[in-house]
Write a protein that binds this ligand. Structure first.
Ligand SMILES: Cc1ncc(C[n+]2csc(CCOP(=O)(O)OP(=O)(O)O)c2C)c(N)n1
Ligand SMILES: [Mg+2]
Length: 1037
């Protein structure tokens, strides 16, 4: 009884808002039986046929009238109201219709009809009952998942209301149901009574439970709804505000008998369950004390993924890119991606030596790439599992970016050939904000991947934390509702139900190209890892788990019972797979060396030698011809489309550019244009993404022109460089850093022949993407032997804008550089390139547009890929001196790691008393001050443009050149920030510690900058005073 009450309470009448939503949904489906009324079809149809005014063409109209009347009799003319009342009351053909009242006065006819209705006291009840049945159907669709038997342990407590922790009356025999129904109060069950159970009700068009029937007895209606919505699958979809999509889902789950599998399919499913289960058992037998984050309790994950892949391959998908956490990862590698088992097993051998450079990673983080024939579709399919850090969900946007890139390079604009699959743990899916950020990329034109299939291993625990402490939403999957993704909850102890929802999920993705979630409700048989004791914290849950029969055993017993397989066949299959594992284990013993290279998730065929080395150790000139500079400059200053009206302010900007081109100079924006344009011309795709990147935060870029008269008409001149150029992508991103940077990093993984740039709005905002920077960008190659050429543009500079918007935190990037401050690298011919090759990333702060141009081009022209961090300017964008001549960008020119002094100081170096080393915008303040003080001969100023890898060789040349000078590092940042801690030991190493390196900059500080403009200027003057006070450091040793 209690169970029923709970059910009914949960399925109780809809709220006003829900009802309104239901009524406002257009009805899409054509009705098979013509007009629908509350009466059984045949009878009604005959009466309809007998009505002289009803014919085939008017039936749609009548239907609409009818539904309008159902919603509210006042919605229709009185004559229709009477007609429907009469029809429902069983008025014989020809009698239901009464002429409408004349415009003047009351008519006789109407009075007569009212009398007829009045003579049918049951009409009101009939209408009410039908509405009640409709509401009941809808309630099952909306909230049937609340009472579905989703939890294999039967202990779940999804707190939809404060109801106790029980599930509903699933699977209750009708007799039970009847018994319970008698005890229901009127409000509890839409005022339907037991006596209504055998009454026949017409079915609305928003249900498919009828199959070929358009009317069913209430008892059968309820039974079918229970079958569709309250068994092992809970379908959450009614929040989707697209009627076609809702109907599609209803049809997939309500159609009677739709969830049937052939014996062959069942046998395949069993074989997959055997592989999944026996793989974990094998690892447990061989390495009982090794962490492997086993899948026990969710073994059906393997057939789930395989089903998704089979189905997607059948519909034309050629490449699946996957991201997943620790749980079951080895199993997925072995049984889904089909990594050779011996390669997996040898990862357990702690004695093997690593063959590759880099620090490597634990086995459950490594990635994989594999192309194979899909046996179900008979088509080749490539599968890659992305390497990822421990940081849960961080890989999500990276997978999306890589998927987008693969789609882009294949011209797969709708995502029909490449798709992504993301796996999640229940706690992480609910807890990590990056999941939300990633969902919000899913429908943005430059970021969509045409739908991702999400699979949640919902083992109802996160390490030691219960769901009620881990999230505030009923399900771990609620975050997906923000993008209207349907959510299919399924009891993972029912492999057939799992297989079914995975089929539907793959079809959904293929049909609508939108995200979808499969929530595998399962349990975790062991602790968080195999060394962990779960009884400390979840004693009752684990008592229950110990009693739980394994899913393979249950499923095998069922299939044997049903005669689908014999016990012998089952046992033979188990033995066969165990043998495969044993043989691979023996082979793995022969391995002497561990190759991380074998675990590459994104190979770049043709880019390296066969041994995986760069094809050369040199970088050609990054300059371009005068003619090319002129051509790109002209494009940058023009509107290449006819009849396109741009904003007046922009016309002035373009005119300014044209002037610069005629004078053969570039400002920052034009330098960037030259770099992008020349790479595009050479077939290198350029993609620039970030918040407001199209115009540029500082309104300097303007890569997308907007017609002032025509809505949404835009022009991207960069795509007019040359007819066979690569396409240029510039896109304003969502307001996310973690998600978008991860996405661009993934995009950059797909191909080495693309310049992919992410621009922070202001440099300091990168810290909300810190995880991508720390876990992937700075350390990715060392961990996963995977190179990446992503560029980060981080606006930086102390300009009196306050503590935020000032510092891109160069100290953080420099602190993560892997070059040794105490070792002067061996001089060699290819010193500069080798240094780049050896470093984990490149950090630059350019002071001229030409150098910015060169460093961007070098990203592509160097024979390997490294992340590039660029601190970009704000005020320098318009600084009259921050311009470069075309001469500095011509063929034969290079990126300058250091820009030496070229004034009077350099002409008479022995007279120089001080060398000021600096980087970035402060150079212009320092040289202005030097001029004002008339110290051009006494002080040399050297710009360090490439901070890391540190240009030891060039710094040495500068320090040697000025033997009588003291050395000062000058920066505008606080002493504990900026570059000082990084450059000081390196300059000291360069000069063999023969001279001190003095500091001229702001005092140590907690905040990056002051909020007070006056203080800002005072601090600046003070640091310049120090820099030019030649006595400032005397006696300070
Ligand atoms: C961002 C992040 N925070 C914390 C952790 C530490 N951690 C590792 S696994 C885990 C629990 C994960 O639970 P769930 O997502 O449900 O996956 P399950 O292990 O249950 O499969 C935690 C907290 C982590 N790996 N990443
Ligand atoms: Mg979990």
């Amino acid at each position: 009884m209690h169970r029923l009450r709970t059910t009914v309470a949960r399925l109780g009448p809809l709220t006003a808002a829900q009802t309104a939503q239901s009524l406002s949904q257009p009805r899409l489906l054509a009705l098979e039986g013509g007009l629908r009324t509350l009466q059984p079809a045949r009878r009604l149809n005959s009466s309809v046929a007998a009505e002289p005014f009803l014919n085939g063409t008017s039936s749609n109209y009548v239907e609409e009238m009818y539904f309008a009347w159902l919603e509210n009799p006042r919605n229709v003319h009185k004559s229709w109201d009477i007609f429907f009342r009469n029809a429902n009351a069983g008025a014989p053909p020809g009698v239901a219709y009464q002429s409408p009242p004349p415009l003047t006065g009351t008519s006789q006819g109407l009075a007569g009809v009212q009398a007829l209705v009045g003579a049918q006291p049951n009409v009101e009840k009939l209408v009410k009952d039908h509405l009640a049945v409709q509401s009941l159907i809808r309630a099952y669709q909306v909230r049937g998942h609340h009472i579905a038997k989703l939890d294999p342990l039967d202990i779940s407590c999804v707190d939809f209301d404060d109801a106790p922790c029980t599930v509903g009356f699933q699977n209750v025999e009708i007799s039970h149901y009847k018994e319970h129904l008698c005890n229901l109060n009127a409000e509890g069950f839409y005022e339907l009574a037991e006596s209504d159970l055998d009454k026949v009700f017409r079915l609305p068009t928003t249900t498919f439970i009828g199959g070929n029937e358009s009317a069913l007895p209430l008892r059968e209606i309820i039974r079918r709804l229970e079958m569709a919505y309250c068994q092992h699958i809970g379908v959450e979809f009614m929040f989707i505000n697209d009627v076609e999509q809702c109907q599609w889902i209803r049809q997939k789950f309500e159609t009677p008998g739709i969830m049937r599998f052939s014996p062959e399919e069942k046998r395949t499913l069993l074989a997959r369950m055997i592989r999944s289960t026996r793989f974990e058992e094998f690892l447990q037998r061989k390495w009982s004390s090794e962490k492997r984050f086993g899948l026990e309790g969710c073994e059906s994950l393997i057939p789930a993924l395989k089903t998704i892949i089979d189905k997607s391959s059948q519909s034309g998908v050629e490449s699946v890119i996957m991201g997943m956490p620790h749980r079951g990862r080895l199993n997925v590698l072995a049984n889904v991606i089909r990594k050779e088992l011996d390669q997996i097993f040898c990862q357990f051998d702690s004695k093997l030596e690593a063959a590759d450079e880099g620090s490597g990673d634990v086995k459950y983080h490594l990635g994989m790439y594999h192309k194979r024939m899909n046996r179900v579709s008979d088509r080749y399919i490539t599968m890659s599992l992305m390497a990822n850090p421990s940081h849960l969900e961080a890989v999500d946007p990276v997978v999306q970016g890589k998927t987008k890139a693969e789609q882009f390079y294949r011209g797969d604009t709708e995502g029909k050939r490449v798709m992504s699959v993301l796996l999640h743990g229940d706690a992480a899916f609910a807890g990590q904000g990056i999941v939300y950020e990633t969902f919000h990329l899913s429908d943005l034109p430059s970021y969509t991947t045409g739908g991702t299939i999400h699979v949640v291993v919902n083992n109802q625990i996160g390490f030691t934390t219960d769901p009620r402490m881990a999230r505030s939403s009923p399900y771990p999957t609620d975050v997906a509702r923000v993008v209207n993704a349907p959510i299919f909850h399924v009891n993972a102890d029912d492999p057939e139900a799992v297989m079914y929802v995975c089929n539907v999920a793959a079809e959904w993705r293929n049909t609508f190209h939108k995200d979808v979630v499969v929530d595998l409700v399962c349990y975790r048989r062991n602790g968080h890892n195999e060394m962990d004791e779960p009884m400390f914290t979840q004693p009752l849950m684990y008592k229950q788990i110990k009693k739980q029969k394994g899913v393979l055993q249950k499923f095998a017993e069922k299939l044997i019972g049903d005669g689908v397989v014999t016990t012998q066949e089952y046992e033979e299959e188990v033995v066969r797979y165990d043998k495969i594992c044993e043989e691979a284990y023996t082979r793995s013993k022969d391995e002497k060396i561990l190759h991380i290279k074998h675990w590459l998730d994104s190979p770049w065929p043709g880019f390296f030698t066969l041994e995986g080395q760069p094809k050369s150790m040199s970088c050609p000139s990054t300059g371009i011809s005068e003619e090319e500079l002129g051509r790109i400059g002209n494009i940058a200053s023009s509107v290449p489309e006819e009849d396109f009206t741009i904003h007046g302010g922009l016309s002035r900007i373009l005119k300014g550019r044209a002037n610069m081109v005629s004078q053969r100079v570039c400002d920052w924006a034009l330098g960037e244009y030259m770099a992008f344009g020349s790479l595009l011309k050479d077939g290198i795709h350029v993609r620039l993404s970030g918040q407001d990147a199209e115009r540029g935060t500082f309104s300097h870029r303007h890569h997308v022109l907007h017609d002032q008269n025509v809505d949404k008409r835009i022009c991207i001149p960069m795509n007019y460089i040359s007819p066979d150029q690569a396409p240029y992508t510039v896109c304003n991103s969502s307001l996310s850093e973690y998600g978008v940077l991860g996405f661009e990093l993934g995009f950059a993984m797909a191909s080495p022949n693309a310049l992919v740039l992410w621009e922070a709005q202001f440099g300091d905002f990168h810290n909300t993407a810190q995880c991508i920077i720390d876990q992937f960008i700075s350390s990715g190659q060392a961990k996963w032997v995977r190179q990446n050429g992503i560029v980060l543009l981080l606006p930086h500079g102390m300009e009196g804008m306050g503590p935020e918007h000032s510092s891109a935190r160069p100290e953080r990037f420099l602190q993560m550089c892997n070059d040794d401050p105490d070792v002067f690298p061996k001089p060699s011919e290819d010193f500069a390139v080798r240094q780049l090759y050896d470093c984990n990333w490149i950090v630059v702060n350019c002071s001229t547009p030409a150098n910015y141009f060169h460093v961007l081009r070098r990203q592509i022209l160097q024979p390997f890929r490294k992340p590039l961090i660029v601190f970009t300017p704000k005020s320098l964008l318009r600084h009259p001196e921050a311009k470069s001549s075309f001469d500095d960008m011509l063929l034969g020119t290079h990126f300058q790691r250091i820009i030496p002094d070229d004034g009077p100081a350099a002409a008479g170096p022995e007279k120089v008393k001080r060398v000021i080393f600096c980087t970035g915008k402060i150079y212009y303040e320092v040289t202005r001050e030097r001029k004002n003080r008339g110290m051009d001969e006494a002080v040399a100023v050297v710009r360090v443009e490439q901070l890391s890898p540190f240009p030891f060789d060039l710094v040495k040349a500068e320090t040697d050149r000025y033997p009588n000078a003291d050395l000062v590092w000058c920066q505008e940042e606080h002493k504990n920030q900026g570059y000082y801690d990084y450059v000081k030991p390196r300059i000291r190493t360069t000069i063999n510690r023969t001279r001190p390196v003095w500091y001229a900059g702001r005092e140590p500080g907690a905040a990056p900058a002051t909020g007070n403009k006056q203080t800002h200027l005072m601090e600046l003057q003070r640091l310049l005073d120090t820099a030019f006070d030649l006595e400032a450091f005397s006696g300070k040793l």
